[in-house]
Design a protein around this ligand. Sequence first.
Ligand SMILES: [Zn+2]
Length: 281
Amino acid sequence: MPAKRINIGNVEITSLSDGILEFDLCNFFPEIPAEDWQPYHDYLTADEHVRFNLACFLIRSDGQTIAVDTGLGPKPADAPETPWGELLNDLAAQGLRPEDVDKVVMTHAHRDHIGWNVRSQDGKVVPTFPNAKYYLSGIDWDACHNPDLIESRFPNAPECLYPLEDMGILELMEGEYAITSELTTLPTPGHTPGHMSIMISSQGQRGLVLGDVLHNAVQAHETDWVSRADIDPETTRITRRYLMDQLEKDGTTIAAVHLPAPGFGKIMRAEGRRYWQALDI
Ligand SMILES: [Zn+2]
Protein backbone atom coordinates (compact mmCIF):
# COMPACT_ATOMS: atom_id res chain seq x y z
CA MET A 1 0.00 0.00 0.00
CA PRO A 2 1.59 3.32 -1.05
CA ALA A 3 2.13 5.89 1.67
CA LYS A 4 -0.67 8.28 2.52
CA ARG A 5 1.85 10.99 3.43
CA ILE A 6 4.64 12.61 1.44
CA ASN A 7 6.96 15.58 1.90
CA ILE A 8 7.87 18.26 -0.61
CA GLY A 9 10.67 20.20 1.07
CA ASN A 10 9.20 21.36 4.38
CA VAL A 11 5.62 20.82 3.21
CA GLU A 12 3.86 17.66 4.33
CA ILE A 13 0.83 16.32 2.44
CA THR A 14 -1.49 13.67 3.86
CA SER A 15 -4.04 12.10 1.55
CA LEU A 16 -7.42 11.68 3.23
CA SER A 17 -10.46 10.29 1.45
CA ASP A 18 -14.18 10.89 1.64
CA GLY A 19 -14.75 7.60 -0.20
CA ILE A 20 -15.40 6.76 -3.84
CA LEU A 21 -17.77 7.60 -6.66
CA GLU A 22 -18.33 5.47 -9.76
CA PHE A 23 -19.92 6.03 -13.19
CA ASP A 24 -20.31 3.94 -16.27
CA LEU A 25 -18.26 5.04 -19.24
CA CYS A 26 -20.99 6.29 -21.55
CA ASN A 27 -22.36 8.36 -18.71
CA PHE A 28 -19.10 10.06 -17.78
CA PHE A 29 -17.30 10.13 -21.16
CA PRO A 30 -20.28 10.23 -23.53
CA GLU A 31 -18.19 11.35 -26.53
CA ILE A 32 -15.50 8.67 -26.33
CA PRO A 33 -16.46 5.48 -28.24
CA ALA A 34 -16.03 2.29 -26.20
CA GLU A 35 -13.45 0.91 -28.67
CA ASP A 36 -11.14 3.87 -28.01
CA TRP A 37 -10.76 2.51 -24.46
CA GLN A 38 -9.28 -0.73 -25.84
CA PRO A 39 -5.65 0.04 -24.84
CA TYR A 40 -6.68 1.44 -21.47
CA HIS A 41 -8.66 -1.29 -19.71
CA ASP A 42 -6.29 -1.11 -16.77
CA TYR A 43 -7.65 2.33 -15.99
CA LEU A 44 -11.19 1.03 -15.52
CA THR A 45 -12.87 -1.22 -12.96
CA ALA A 46 -13.55 -4.87 -13.85
CA ASP A 47 -17.04 -3.92 -15.03
CA GLU A 48 -15.72 -1.03 -17.14
CA HIS A 49 -16.64 1.79 -14.84
CA VAL A 50 -14.63 4.91 -14.07
CA ARG A 51 -13.98 5.07 -10.34
CA PHE A 52 -13.02 8.27 -8.53
CA ASN A 53 -11.32 8.56 -5.23
CA LEU A 54 -12.59 11.61 -3.35
CA ALA A 55 -9.37 12.89 -1.84
CA CYS A 56 -8.93 15.71 0.60
CA PHE A 57 -5.28 16.68 0.80
CA LEU A 58 -4.29 17.86 4.22
CA ILE A 59 -1.23 20.07 3.88
CA ARG A 60 1.10 21.30 6.62
CA SER A 61 2.89 24.49 5.60
CA ASP A 62 4.23 27.47 7.59
CA GLY A 63 2.86 25.92 10.78
CA GLN A 64 -0.68 25.85 9.39
CA THR A 65 -2.97 22.96 8.48
CA ILE A 66 -4.72 23.42 5.14
CA ALA A 67 -7.42 21.09 3.80
CA VAL A 68 -7.71 21.09 0.01
CA ASP A 69 -11.25 20.06 -1.05
CA THR A 70 -13.87 18.52 1.23
CA GLY A 71 -15.40 15.61 -0.71
CA LEU A 72 -19.08 14.89 -1.25
CA GLY A 73 -20.16 15.41 2.32
CA PRO A 74 -22.21 13.53 4.89
CA LYS A 75 -24.08 10.40 3.89
CA PRO A 76 -27.70 11.19 3.04
CA ALA A 77 -30.06 10.13 5.83
CA ASP A 78 -32.04 7.95 3.40
CA ALA A 79 -28.94 6.31 1.86
CA PRO A 80 -26.52 5.38 4.65
CA GLU A 81 -24.88 2.77 2.41
CA THR A 82 -23.23 5.37 0.11
CA PRO A 83 -19.54 4.70 -0.51
CA TRP A 84 -18.69 8.26 0.50
CA GLY A 85 -19.15 10.38 3.61
CA GLU A 86 -15.98 9.16 5.31
CA LEU A 87 -13.85 12.31 5.51
CA LEU A 88 -14.25 13.05 9.22
CA ASN A 89 -13.60 9.40 10.07
CA ASP A 90 -10.41 9.49 8.03
CA LEU A 91 -9.37 12.76 9.67
CA ALA A 92 -9.87 11.20 13.10
CA ALA A 93 -7.84 8.17 12.00
CA GLN A 94 -4.93 10.59 11.53
CA GLY A 95 -5.39 11.79 15.11
CA LEU A 96 -6.80 15.15 13.97
CA ARG A 97 -9.98 17.05 14.73
CA PRO A 98 -11.89 19.45 12.48
CA GLU A 99 -10.81 22.22 14.90
CA ASP A 100 -7.19 21.65 13.84
CA VAL A 101 -7.78 22.85 10.26
CA ASP A 102 -6.76 26.50 9.75
CA LYS A 103 -7.70 26.91 6.08
CA VAL A 104 -9.96 25.09 3.63
CA VAL A 105 -9.03 25.67 0.00
CA MET A 106 -11.41 24.55 -2.75
CA THR A 107 -9.95 23.77 -6.15
CA HIS A 108 -13.40 24.53 -7.58
CA ALA A 109 -17.07 24.68 -6.68
CA HIS A 110 -18.28 21.26 -7.90
CA ARG A 111 -20.31 19.20 -5.49
CA ASP A 112 -17.65 16.53 -4.84
CA HIS A 113 -15.17 19.16 -3.61
CA ILE A 114 -17.30 21.21 -1.22
CA GLY A 115 -19.54 18.64 0.48
CA TRP A 116 -18.09 18.81 3.99
CA ASN A 117 -17.72 22.61 4.11
CA VAL A 118 -20.65 22.88 6.46
CA ARG A 119 -22.84 20.52 8.42
CA SER A 120 -26.00 20.77 10.37
CA GLN A 121 -25.89 20.83 14.16
CA ASP A 122 -29.03 21.17 16.29
CA GLY A 123 -30.91 22.36 13.23
CA LYS A 124 -28.33 25.06 12.50
CA VAL A 125 -25.81 25.17 9.66
CA VAL A 126 -22.29 25.44 11.06
CA PRO A 127 -18.84 25.24 9.46
CA THR A 128 -17.48 21.71 9.71
CA PHE A 129 -14.04 23.18 10.35
CA PRO A 130 -14.92 25.79 12.97
CA ASN A 131 -11.56 27.57 13.12
CA ALA A 132 -10.94 27.68 9.37
CA LYS A 133 -11.16 30.39 6.80
CA TYR A 134 -12.45 29.05 3.46
CA TYR A 135 -10.95 29.95 0.06
CA LEU A 136 -12.54 29.74 -3.41
CA SER A 137 -11.79 31.44 -6.73
CA GLY A 138 -13.91 34.52 -7.31
CA ILE A 139 -14.67 33.27 -10.81
CA ASP A 140 -16.23 30.05 -9.49
CA TRP A 141 -18.09 32.05 -6.85
CA ASP A 142 -19.72 34.05 -9.66
CA ALA A 143 -20.32 30.89 -11.75
CA CYS A 144 -22.08 29.07 -8.92
CA HIS A 145 -24.52 31.99 -8.67
CA ASN A 146 -25.37 31.92 -12.39
CA PRO A 147 -29.03 30.81 -12.56
CA ASP A 148 -28.30 28.90 -15.79
CA LEU A 149 -25.62 26.80 -14.08
CA ILE A 150 -26.71 26.25 -10.49
CA GLU A 151 -28.97 23.25 -10.98
CA SER A 152 -26.91 21.45 -13.62
CA ARG A 153 -23.36 22.31 -12.48
CA PHE A 154 -23.34 23.51 -8.88
CA PRO A 155 -26.31 21.77 -7.25
CA ASN A 156 -25.05 21.87 -3.65
CA ALA A 157 -23.51 25.36 -3.78
CA PRO A 158 -26.55 27.01 -2.15
CA GLU A 159 -26.25 24.57 0.73
CA CYS A 160 -22.45 24.15 1.03
CA LEU A 161 -20.98 27.44 -0.26
CA TYR A 162 -23.40 30.32 0.08
CA PRO A 163 -23.59 30.10 3.92
CA LEU A 164 -19.82 30.64 4.19
CA GLU A 165 -20.22 34.21 3.00
CA ASP A 166 -22.97 34.93 5.53
CA MET A 167 -20.74 33.54 8.25
CA GLY A 168 -17.96 35.93 7.15
CA ILE A 169 -15.43 33.12 6.69
CA LEU A 170 -15.12 33.03 2.89
CA GLU A 171 -12.17 34.59 1.07
CA LEU A 172 -12.27 34.87 -2.73
CA MET A 173 -9.04 34.33 -4.65
CA GLU A 174 -7.93 35.74 -8.00
CA GLY A 175 -5.04 34.57 -10.19
CA GLU A 176 -1.90 33.39 -8.44
CA TYR A 177 -2.87 33.73 -4.81
CA ALA A 178 -0.46 33.04 -1.93
CA ILE A 179 -2.08 30.69 0.59
CA THR A 180 1.16 30.38 2.56
CA SER A 181 4.76 31.29 1.66
CA GLU A 182 5.03 27.80 0.07
CA LEU A 183 1.58 27.37 -1.52
CA THR A 184 0.30 29.45 -4.43
CA THR A 185 -2.78 28.91 -6.57
CA LEU A 186 -2.39 28.34 -10.31
CA PRO A 187 -5.47 29.08 -12.42
CA THR A 188 -6.25 25.97 -14.52
CA PRO A 189 -9.60 26.87 -16.11
CA GLY A 190 -11.90 24.74 -18.24
CA HIS A 191 -13.35 22.09 -15.96
CA THR A 192 -14.94 25.05 -14.20
CA PRO A 193 -14.24 28.67 -15.20
CA GLY A 194 -12.33 29.41 -11.98
CA HIS A 195 -10.70 26.03 -11.42
CA MET A 196 -7.45 26.30 -9.43
CA SER A 197 -4.51 23.96 -8.94
CA ILE A 198 -2.09 24.62 -6.09
CA MET A 199 1.66 24.92 -6.59
CA ILE A 200 3.95 23.84 -3.80
CA SER A 201 7.49 25.14 -3.66
CA SER A 202 9.76 24.42 -0.72
CA GLN A 203 13.49 23.84 -0.28
CA GLY A 204 13.99 23.66 -4.04
CA GLN A 205 11.35 20.94 -4.43
CA ARG A 206 8.11 21.36 -6.35
CA GLY A 207 4.68 19.80 -6.24
CA LEU A 208 1.22 20.44 -7.61
CA VAL A 209 -2.21 19.68 -6.22
CA LEU A 210 -3.92 19.07 -9.52
CA GLY A 211 -7.64 19.37 -8.78
CA ASP A 212 -9.80 18.02 -11.61
CA VAL A 213 -7.42 18.58 -14.52
CA LEU A 214 -7.39 14.75 -14.65
CA HIS A 215 -10.37 12.55 -13.79
CA ASN A 216 -8.80 9.35 -15.02
CA ALA A 217 -5.16 8.45 -15.67
CA VAL A 218 -6.00 7.92 -19.36
CA GLN A 219 -6.14 11.70 -19.80
CA ALA A 220 -2.41 12.05 -19.09
CA HIS A 221 -1.98 10.78 -22.66
CA GLU A 222 -5.42 11.35 -24.19
CA THR A 223 -5.43 15.01 -23.22
CA ASP A 224 -8.36 15.80 -25.50
CA TRP A 225 -10.76 13.37 -23.80
CA VAL A 226 -13.20 15.61 -21.99
CA SER A 227 -15.95 14.36 -19.74
CA ARG A 228 -19.46 15.60 -19.21
CA ALA A 229 -18.20 17.30 -16.03
CA ASP A 230 -15.92 19.66 -17.98
CA ILE A 231 -17.93 22.85 -18.40
CA ASP A 232 -15.82 24.34 -21.22
CA PRO A 233 -14.37 21.45 -23.27
CA GLU A 234 -11.97 23.48 -25.42
CA THR A 235 -10.45 25.40 -22.51
CA THR A 236 -10.20 22.12 -20.58
CA ARG A 237 -8.15 20.63 -23.42
CA ILE A 238 -5.84 23.64 -23.70
CA THR A 239 -5.20 23.67 -19.95
CA ARG A 240 -4.61 19.92 -19.80
CA ARG A 241 -2.27 19.78 -22.81
CA TYR A 242 -0.16 22.59 -21.41
CA LEU A 243 -0.04 21.21 -17.90
CA MET A 244 0.74 17.61 -18.90
CA ASP A 245 3.64 18.88 -21.06
CA GLN A 246 5.01 20.93 -18.19
CA LEU A 247 4.57 18.24 -15.55
CA GLU A 248 6.24 15.63 -17.74
CA LYS A 249 9.17 17.98 -18.43
CA ASP A 250 9.64 19.11 -14.82
CA GLY A 251 9.05 15.75 -13.12
CA THR A 252 6.87 17.56 -10.59
CA THR A 253 5.27 15.46 -7.84
CA ILE A 254 1.48 15.57 -8.22
CA ALA A 255 -1.39 15.11 -5.79
CA ALA A 256 -4.45 14.17 -7.88
CA VAL A 257 -7.81 14.25 -6.17
CA HIS A 258 -9.66 11.64 -8.25
CA LEU A 259 -6.91 9.17 -9.21
CA PRO A 260 -6.59 5.99 -7.14
CA ALA A 261 -5.81 6.70 -3.46
CA PRO A 262 -3.59 8.10 -2.17
CA GLY A 263 -3.27 9.96 -5.50
CA PHE A 264 0.45 10.84 -5.45
CA GLY A 265 2.36 10.42 -8.72
CA LYS A 266 4.25 11.85 -11.67
CA ILE A 267 3.70 12.19 -15.39
CA MET A 268 6.14 9.94 -17.25
CA ARG A 269 6.62 8.71 -20.82
CA ALA A 270 7.43 5.31 -22.32
CA GLU A 271 7.11 4.03 -25.91
CA GLY A 272 5.72 7.33 -27.11
CA ARG A 273 2.92 7.39 -24.62
CA ARG A 274 2.57 9.66 -21.63
CA TYR A 275 1.31 7.98 -18.49
CA TRP A 276 0.52 8.46 -14.81
CA GLN A 277 3.04 6.79 -12.55
CA ALA A 278 1.83 6.42 -8.98
CA LEU A 279 4.57 7.10 -6.43
CA ASP A 280 5.88 3.90 -4.94
CA ILE A 281 7.13 4.99 -1.54
ZN1 LIG B 1 -14.36 16.35 -8.99
